[in-house]
Design a protein. Structure first.
Ligand code: ZN
Length: 319
């Protein structure tokens, strides 16, 4: 079962019914929102030999489910910084003209194209413009603008979005067998991004950081000076964790100010403490704290001593 992104799936089904599947497409969106799942679904649909594609039962669908379909080719990352080298792309171009092994199509998946360079794209251009009838090229990326306009104009674009909190909760509890209480927490922190939720659930450090952010938020709301300084002091030895704490706390500020002036249905970090902060937050204190967090973040990036950054932040949060 695939959660969320119903519109994309329906579109794929409709195109399959009308035998109008694209020859090249880009599936783009935030990491963890199901780009790969949609790519697999499209591939399964395109290769299915059953009646209502993807039927899930024909020999082709069974091979897809086992991950052993010879005509679904995952192009390997190569070259610098995880891009696709010109050599790899040339091999794909040569291979693409050869007829499929089993099915009626040959499908190439270029996953995570976030660093694909223009040379590789130019090498792919001709194949994308005039692909052999049996070829389907699929690309995934966070943003579509990593591609040249000439490539984009030849591709069908599928925007993938996080699912709703409800869908995400269902996926976590049913598909991934998370206990409901944990799933609920994960959705509260990470929103409808299933991949992010799963990472968060597996990563105790991140969970601990969320708890500490909630404590910091409460201490700031209640203006418990000593407590604020005590929490911040725990981070003195860890630049990376401090950066995450700052990010989380900034999300708390954002949620608190949205709650104050409107409705906030997607919580970023810890809803309960953000609500308490919202009750005491003013527009000017929000601006002051947000600015202080940003300054601290920049100082961290500029290699200023973590201890100094935290001391200065503590002062600003309590001023
Ligand atoms: Zn099938």
């Amino acid at each position: 079962m695939i959660y969320g992104n119903d519109a994309v799936l329906q579109l794929i089904q409709k195109m399959a019914e009308r035998e109008h599947l694209p020859h090249a497409c880009l599936i783009y969106g935030e990491k963890g929102t199901g780009r790969k799942t949609i790519a697999d679904y499209l591939a399964m649909t395109a290769l299915c030999t059953g009646e209502h594609a993807p039927c899930g039962n024909c020999p082709s669908c069974r091979k897809m489910r086992k991950g052993i379909h010879p005509d679904y080719i995952h192009v390997e990352h190569s070259g610098k910084k995880n891009g696709f080298s010109v050599e790899t792309v040339r091999n794909v171009c040569r291979d693409a003209v050869i007829a499929p092994n089993d099915g009626s199509r040959k499908i190439y998946l270029f996953a995570d194209c976030d660093n694909i360079d223009s040379r590789s794209q130019n090498t792919l251009l001709k194949l994308t413009e005039e692909p052999p009838e049996h070829v389907l090229l699929m690309f995934t990326a966070v943003q579509k603008n990593v591609f040249l306009d000439t490539m984009l104009s030849r591709m069908m674009l599928f925007a993938v979005r996080p699912c709703t909190a409800e869908e995400c909760f269902q996926a976590l509890t049913q598909e991934h067998e998370c206990p409901p209480a944990e799933a609920e927490r994960a959705v509260q922190v990470c929103g409808g991004n299933i991949g992010k939720c799963l990472d968060w659930l597996e990563n105790e450090e991140m969970q601990e950081l969320t708890r500490q952010t909630a404590m910091l938020t409460d201490a700031v709301s209640a203006r418990r000076h000593y407590e604020v300084l005590r929490i911040l002091a725990q981070f003195e030895k860890d630049r990376q964790k401090t950066a995450v704490l700052l990010e989380y706390f900034d999300i708390q500020l954002r949620d608190a100010i949205i709650m104050k002036y409107g409705q906030c249905d997607r919580m970023g970090c810890d809803k309960t403490s953000a609500e308490r902060l919202s009750a005491v937050l003013t527009l000017s204190s929000f601006q002051r704290m947000h600015e202080a967090v940003r300054t601290a973040y920049n100082a961290l990036q500029a290699n200023v001593s973590v201890k100094l950054v935290l001391a200065s932040l503590g002062g600003s949060l309590l001023s």
